[in-house]
Design a binder for this molecule. Structure first.
Ligand code: HEC
Ligand SMILES: [Cu+2]
Length: 328
């Protein structure tokens, strides 16, 4: 596949780029040929029919073949361009059914990305190579436009509605995203990292798309939403949730008795319930205990644990499971 930057176009980084470039190059070439052809004809005719002494101007009459030619040729060319462009437009608009869906939220002056697992990033989007990615765009304030020249895609992000676009990256590395719809600038400057004053605004509304291998993407986002981005393993992420969701107010992790059972050695042996039965402390039981705490109540404790249904997602629960299982 041809990927080199040409003098007019940036490098091709997506599966749709070659086709977009072919249409673009065809239109440029056609315009050049027509421009040269028409200008040359004008010059020749101006010279040939210039005013000369003794020669009288006379009407030339019709030339049927010529008239049919200059009517049908443009009709054919325009039909070709329309057909080609319409097909390309549909290809660019309709994402493959198995595309990975990522939400893009535009606001003054940043891009927020939300992954299928609930993770967020600002001004940086990681996507796996060779996999169709569908972006669902919206805006929190004014109209912005998500423009990725290397992928040959651009679409407006409009407040109050969703718009979609898709791409499939073909190279590893980083490409630049621009906002292509003027969306204002701050009235007051802020200080950047070097202490210089800058005005955040439309021109600083940039983002990077980092194309990574499928493997790396899985490690970053697919499994537990606790990826390596923050340098966190699942159990480290679980420890963080233990603190941020305040599980610690009832559960200790060092064996200290509390309102709820300690998590130390919790996964090591079956636990006795109020009805006298025992249950294996595996991922399913832990999951159920978090989402539906009253389903199985541990003997010696009150059924007072609140449910976390709706406030913890699957990846966060997976991380908690990993953390509990690490407390041996
Ligand atoms: C208000 C106190 C309270 C809070 C906060 C709380 N729990 Fe509990 N938890 C309990 C009590 C009491 C039990 C034992 C009774 C039962 O099984 O419902 C329990 C039981 C559990 C069990 C089963 C334990 C075992 O030994 O079998 C798990 C797993 C658990 N909690 C996870 C969590 C997680 C994760 C959080 C934080 C997101 C959390 N809990 C927050 C009170 C709490
Ligand atoms: Cu913008």
């Amino acid at each position: 596949m041809h990927r080199e930057p040409s003098w007019l176009l940036p490098e091709q980084w997506s599966t749709s780029a070659p086709e977009v470039d072919r249409i673009f190059n065809f239109l440029c070439a056609m315009s050049a040929v027509l421009f040269v052809g028409i200008t040359a004809t004008v010059l020749v005719l101006v010279w040939r029919y210039r005013r000369r002494p003794g020669v009288r101007a006379a009407p030339t009459g019709h030339n049927l073949p010529l008239e049919i030619a200059w009517t049908l040729t443009p009709v054919f060319l325009l039909a070709l361009v329309f057909h080609w462009g319409a097909r390309g437009y549909v290809d660019l608009t309709v994402a493959p059914a198995d595309a990975l869906e990522i939400r893009v939220r535009a606001r003054k002056w940043a891009w927020d990305f939300e992954y299928p697992n609930g993770d967020h990033e600002t001004n940086s989007l990681h996507v796996p190579i060779n996999r169709p990615i569908r972006l669902v765009l919206s805006s929190d304030d004014v109209i912005h436009s998500f423009f990725v020249p290397a992928f040959r895609i651009k679409r407006d992000a409009v407040p109050g509605m969703y718009s979609t676009m898709w791409f499939q990256a073909t190279q590893l590395g980083t490409v630049q995203v621009y906002c292509a719809e003027y969306c204002g600038a701050a009235e007051l400057p802020i200080r950047d990292d070097h202490g210089d004053e800058t005005f955040p605004g439309h021109s600083s509304m940039l983002a990077n798309i980092v194309v990574v291998t499928e493997d790396r993407y899985q490690r970053l986002f697919d499994r537990c939403g606790c990826g390596e981005l923050g340098g966190l393993t699942p159990s480290a992420m679980g420890e963080q949730i233990y603190r941020s969701s305040q599980c610690y107010t009832c559960h200790s992790v060092d064996g200290t008795p509390g309102t709820g059972p300690t998590w130390l050695h919790m996964a090591a042996h079956p636990v006795k319930l109020t009805d006298g039965t025992y249950v294996e402390v595996d991922a399913n039981y832990i999951r159920e205990s978090i989402l539906n705490p009253q389903a199985k109540v541990v003997r010696g404790f009150q059924p007072i644990m609140p449910t976390y249904r709706g406030s913890l997602n699957d990846r966060q629960i997976d991380a908690l499971v990993a953390y509990m299982q690490s407390l041996q």
